[in-house]
Write a protein that binds this ligand. Sequence first.
Ligand code: SAM
Length: 327
Amino acid sequence: MKISPVEQLFTIFNETAIVLQEELYCTYLEALAETGENLFQGSILQEELSEITVKRLKKHYQEIHLEKYTNEEIRKAYQLVILKGMKENVQPNHQMTPDSVGMLVGYLVEKFMKQSDFRLFDPAVGTGNLLTTVLNQLHKKVDSIGVDIDDLLIKLAYVNANLQEHPIQLYNQDSLEPLFIDPVDAVISDLPVGYYPNDVRASDYQLKANDGHSYAHHLFIEQSVRHTRQGGYLFFIIPNGLFESDQASQLREYFKENVIIQGLLQFPTSMFKNKNAAKSILVLQKKGENVQPPKQALLVDLPNLSNAVEMDRILTKIEKWFQENKR
Ligand code: SAM
């Protein structure tokens, strides 16, 4: 039986990560970052390994030639091994952005961004899965930047970027602290949802809560808008209840002053474990000179993405909206 390229890569990542995990007494995900870095550098970087382990690893690595694989094959295989590692150690706010969501974000970025060359920022880059899903779909020159507070996830993102040869600038820090990046043309982000524990930092934001902790996802939106140039676009994966929470009126006020809502695309609830976990893609444009709102925002209830007929119908509707609003 013929093994697919993604399976071949998955097997190498998985087997070498297990070897490293046992020898280095670390977690599977830490070992995965180590083995990915070895593959990228073409050498075994861990000095503490026994001779026999080095031999075993070399034998595995010799079976693989990265240049023979496409970026999407590498990304998918790496995503599968990360998912395996994440199952061992579940952290709800660390979940990778699934392909179906990433594909649609990529499609929207390609449609909205007219320029052939632009700067793209993900302030919650995690493993880099969403960012590289989008980059792999764009036929443009993109300078990208990713930030994440979690040091293991950013390491996985760094290895992911290297293996796919995407020159992404990555920073390991709290994105709600001051960011030292030049303004960007577009932001994509699968927002971390929940309370932000640092009230002192939150006080620097218009969207801070009047009482108690602020919502991290609100502050993330404000921080992203701050770092976007006038007329730039922002694509957020948001919880469906964003406009219904106790702090929603503040958010609406902020939107009115600073951004134009270009679109809201809601995924079917059947895609999520429960109704409360359901998500949408919110597309915003930062206000500025000569920035005009669309005649009507793009409002879409997405069908189940495996339903090809319905998906076709919706894509035709989206294309029509672009023809009428974004020529
Ligand atoms: N798109 C990412 C991917 O494909 O792997 C997943 C994003 S995940 C839903 C949200 C991310 O936000 C997590 O990686 C988490 O570590 C990060 N995060 C949460 N709070 C943060 C903060 N204050 N600053 C920076 N990153 C943060």
